[in-house]
Design a protein around this ligand. Sequence first.
Ligand code: GDP
Ligand code: IMO
Ligand code: MG
Length: 426
Amino acid sequence: MFESNRCVIVVGSQWGDEGKGKVVDVLSESADLVVRYQGGANAGHTVVIGDEEFVLHQIPSGILHEGTGCVIGNGVVLDPETLVDEIDGLAGRGIVLGDRLSISDRAHLVMPYHKQLERAAEKKQRIGTTGRGIGPTYEDKTGRRGVRAGDLLNVEAVKSRLEERVDSVNKTLEVRGSDERATLDENLDLLNRATSRIGRYISDTGALTYRTIKAGKNVLLEGAQGAMLDVDHGTYPFVTSSNTTAGGATIGAGIGPTSVDAVLGVVKAYTTRVGNGPFPSEALDESGDRLQKLGGEFGATTGRPRRCGWFDAVVLRYAVRVNGITHLAVTKLDVLDTFKEIRVCTGYVLDGEELSELPSDSAKLESVEPVYETHRGWEAPTDGCRSVGELPDAARKYLRRIEELSESKIQYIGVGVRRDQMIDVG
Ligand code: GDP
Ligand code: IMO
Ligand code: MG
């Protein structure tokens, strides 16, 4: 994919956890730089190398390739404590960062009070967030009262701003009926600790990314979450607080849209969702339980069981449109290996009428009736397949149908967790 494309955006095409981490890891073999462009420690990107499993929350999934540089872009909301844990965890497993990590001076910081605000908010409006303070940090960013990574280089200068913010946060906590209170000391301590541990990684990463692309090198922009969790295009209000879609990638990486050559949409061969909100093709019967069990569907960040259901072509068609997806990576095909019958949702009916587009209103989406077609399962293992030709006929037919319904080309097929278990269609 890199032969003709130098800058590729990798996005989730469903509700997150599509296997972006694995896809980015595999593509990083030939990438010079991998940039995370939005979200924060709400993400959990799993990479399996041999018998070892790595779960990355903020550091890009390219870090497991020795020669690949990694950037935490300006669009990310960075949790310094989680990042230090992640750096130490990797060091403990022999992964040396050296000068490979760069953090944007424009990235906003998740402060302890953001998590307190989120806990108080979740008591009223249950979105089922990951509890990582993501929403309140983005609120402060757009409200122009945030603390940025660049501020770590002069903590003294933010002290009075922080004092004001702590006061106003405490008023909000009181109004929301929370017993928690923020303190200036705790928040200042966090900043000072962060300066000593991650201060040296902070720079203008947009300039680095631009220079790398200009030099003709390969750059991956790694998305977190998925299209249906995008704050504009997702199942609002049951979404995350950033633009997860490809449009957010260039904003969050600090480069322009003309630098991008391709958009790779990662999509599971079925569907999962963590947290609350509409999920038309959710399988609330025994097949949902089987998908959950066979797919090991537990959140990589919170450990919560993921809700499971059938492949939803309406969602993928929508994701193709809002992201401008040029290629697809279909993951976890192997999880369907033992199913006798596999269902695919091809449309929605609301009040007796077939909808041509995904409704923007979550209450409507909650009441749609999915229209299914049923495919014969292949009932044979695919985890050993290394080319399309080795896949069972029924599996190839299933994939062709996904291409037809989404009007996009499948470039990669995942048949297991390991690096070698990904077929490049060529
Ligand atoms: P991400 O958030 O999109 O990076 O995805 P997660 O890491 O949260 O969840 C995807 C899970 O599926 C992880 O446990 C991966 O190891 C696993 N996975 C990725 N691709 C495949 C695949 O093709 N087959 C199987 N069986 N598991 C996969
Ligand atoms: P990756 O990158 C799946 C979900 C949460 C909740 C909603 C809002 O691993 O695919 P937030 O904490 O972001 O305010 O929560 O979004 N969510 C994810 N679901 N994968 C993720 O990331 C997610 N990040 C957030 O469960 O429903
Ligand atoms: Mg995940």
